[in-house]
Design a protein around this ligand. Structure first.
Ligand SMILES: Nc1ncnc2c1ncn2[C@@H]1O[C@H](COP(=O)(O)OP(=O)(O)OP(=O)(O)O)[C@@H](O)[C@H]1O
Length: 149
């Protein structure tokens, strides 16, 4: 199968000018990415041994706090890429909502919730999908009173 992937990073520079660049660092193992230990445990426990092409290029820019645009073919590991990046950046000493992922469909939102929960298994992360047909007040309660991440 032809594997196509693209990874761009975008950040406001300190002098106020934008810059836009392709990201060409490649990490051929999850260990080499400098990820939180408990995130690594989650990745390996999920059954991943070697990062896919988009993961080799896409996870680390997330962990550096860059604004990232990624594009790759279906089923190449995009969801895992941004979930890992998000989970790495959390401060697990702070009990508050720290990330919001927007998805265009209920199925995608639920798939992202599943992956986030699995990868974050050893991090103690709390994940909640706010989808239609569930009372909005319940979502608000979970995200505020229960202090979900
Ligand atoms: N490094 C990896 N090693 C083994 N399996 C992997 C790896 N990364 C992802 N997978 C598996 O490949 C499948 C696709 O992964 P993922 O959902 O992250 O890709 P995607 O590009 O977001 O998919 P989609 O295009 O359907 O949204 C999943 O079953 C996932 O568990």
């Amino acid at each position: 199968m032809l594997m196509a992937y693209l990874c761009w990073c975008y950040r406001l520079s300190t002098d106020g000018h934008d810059f836009f660049t392709s990201y060409d660092e490649v990490y051929d193992s999850f260990d080499a990415m400098g990820l939180q230990e408990n995130l690594l445990r989650g990745i390996y426990a999920y059954g991943f041994e070697k990062p896919s092409a988009i993961q080799q290029r896409g996870i680390v820019p997330f962990t550096k706090g860059l604004d990232v645009i990624q594009q790759a073919q279906l089923r190449t590991g995009k969801t895992t890429t941004f979930c890992s990046g998000i989970l790495h950046q959390h401060d697990y000493n702070v009990v508050e909502c720290q990330a919001l992922v927007l998805a265009p469909t209920r199925e995608l939102a639920q798939q992202i919730e599943k992956v986030m929960r699995a990868l974050g298994d050893y991090l103690g992360v709390k994940v909640h999908a706010c989808v239609g047909e569930i009372i909005v007040r319940e979502d608000q309660h979970i995200l505020s009173v229960e202090k979900q991440y």
